[in-house]
Design a protein around this ligand. Sequence first.
Ligand code: ARG
Length: 566
Amino acid sequence: MIDFKNEVVKIISGLDEKLDEKEIMSLIEVPPSYEMGDYAFPCFKLAKIFRKAPNLIAEEISNKIQENSYFEKIENAGPYVNFFIDRAVLAETVLEEIKDEKERYGSSNIGKGKTVIVEYSSPNIAKPFHIGHIRTTIIGHALYRIYSFLGYDTVAINHLGDYGTQFGKLIVAYKKWGDRSVIEKDPINELLKLYIKFHEEVEKEPSLDNEARKWFKKLEDGDNEATELWKWMREISLEEFNKVYDMLGIEFDSFTGESFYSDKMSKVVEELQNKGLLVKSEGADIVDLEPYNMPPALIRKSDGSTLYITRDIAAAIYRKEHYDFYKNIYVVGSEQKLHFDQWRKIIDLMGYDWAEDCIHVTFGMVRLEEGTMSTRKGRVVFLEDVFKKAIEKTKDIIKERNPKLENKEEVAKQVGIGAIVFQELFNSRIKDYVFSWDKTLSFEGETGPYVQYAHARANSLLKKGEFSVEDRIDYSLLNKEEEIDIIRLLYDFPKTIINSSEKNEPSFITRHITEIAKNFNRFYHNCPILNEEEDLRKARLHLVYATKLVLNTGLLLLGIEAPDKM
Ligand code: ARG
């Protein structure tokens, strides 16, 4: 596809040998409105080189430039030279490219040969998968798809919280108050009840804590009973988590959770020891991080058991050895920032220069609007319930809007789940946000159903207009503002995907396709399509076709399906 910005660079750098391509590229701006051109080249910086006023330089540059087939107008305005892309050339470039690439439009091979690990979701066994986990799951999955689309070798890891002192507590609670058959009927809920009961009882009977610690130690030492119970709890919990992953169409390449590293721990502790990083403190081993303005990191307790951070150090080293990653991404809430800062510093202190390739992708909190969800015991909202409710509510909406729709169940699932995913990915991830059903499921405004509906509308237009990709198109007919605005957005789509990967920010894509949907609706209302004379009808249908493809790709990158009818 023609890179128009690069063409601007070529034109300007061709004028004088003092003009350096890289520098020009960095100077080019996108004017605040298209009336001022698609690109503007400011001449302030050149004033020094040429010892002339910027206005004069701009004038001279625009006078010197010959006719150019990519730009319909190149003119100076004060200290700027403004470039106006030829609309027919733009339309042809973009729409032909989309026609050729189809679902692959916007993909790339910039990631070829580079491995990106995206670790996300990572719920804790025997604790509910709750609304707080929704963000890591959805953001992580989107990043995984985005990196894959850009040609990276991606690895999706679920770092299950399947180890640690809470298992000591659970084992104690289970042995005292648990009933296997009851638990197996509703594992996560029942295990959670036990966990809560343990915390209630320990208030009255502090020695329970010691017992729990002993059981975890037994687990670490490979005791049969402890291991058997732990395995069972892990398995029944995982079955529950998988229900949610299935709903979202999520798969992981690896479920190497915390327990996976249990036999790799002594080596890490030894390595820390040998590198002189461990300090004894009240019988425990810590890494002193005071010089870096952080509290000390507890690596090994006085009873010999290891901690969350120890397992994370082991995991990072394992991943480097096993995958030789280019980037190792952790999608985890910002409340764990200190943990990841300490952890990265320790890896750095161990002398691993790849510490800087380990990235903590943080995100803010979700708050539920009052009365959004009735909560089960323990004041947590279960993710599975949220999705089920979204599907139910969507079914009602669809019944009302489109009673004749055939596969209502299927569409309600795509739209209901899609609505939540979209809402999650709409704002920049670092922002806290308030979840509201009305806003999420609305067919108007900046929502998933709104974008999905634009896609379905495009699809139905193509059907009615008997669109064919083979049609020869006169692209110069697509010259209305409404049309050009969509074409520009389609042109920018590939860049948006790259930007979103560079900032690990799926919301760039969400916003971009929302803009496309808005502009598409404006086009739909202002520009007749099916009743136009043949050539214009074909050209417009072609634009509809390109729009539909890009909306679909954008939604898929976010992890959302786009029904053809809704
Ligand atoms: N299981 C943890 C939680 O639910 C998140 C794990 C994050 N990943 C990691 N490598 N520490 O809070």
